[in-house]
Design a protein. Sequence first.
Length: 154
Amino acid sequence: MLPAIAPQSIESCTITIEQVVKVNAPIDVTFESLLEELQHLDSPNGPMDFKLEAWPGGRWYRDLGNGNGHFWANVQAIKRPTLLEFSGPLMLSFPVVNNVQYRLKEENGVTTITFHHHGFGLVEDEVKKGMGEGWPSINNKARDRAEAKMAKRK
C-alpha cells in the first residue's frame, strides 16, 4: 500500500521574490559587478565560490573540485548589459523549477536593477524565508560592489 500524500495548494508551491535596486553606477559597471557577485556568495556556513559561464546555455554552479559540486542553473538569456536570466533548481534539492531574472536600465548615471525570482515546487516555508533574505543580500552586495568601483575612479 502506498503512503498517503498530503495535497498542496498552488500558493504553497509558489515562490515569488521581487526587488528593485538603485545603483549609483553606469549600467556596464553594474552588470559586471553583478556577474562578479554571483560568483562569490555568502551563506550561513561561510563564503561559496561559483563558476558562471556568462553565455546562453552556460552553467552557474559551485565547483568543489575533483568533479564534485552543486549545479544551480543554466543561463537562459543574456543580453549585456541589460538582461541576465537563469533557469534551474538553484540551491534547492527538491522537485522544483525556478526562473531568476535581472533586468538593468540606466538613467542619468543611475542603474536600476529589477530582480524577479519565480519558482514552483515542493519548498518548505523556512527555505522560502531564507531565499527571501538571501536574494536581497546578494543584490545589495552587487550594488555595493559597483558603487565601490565608482568611488575608486574618483
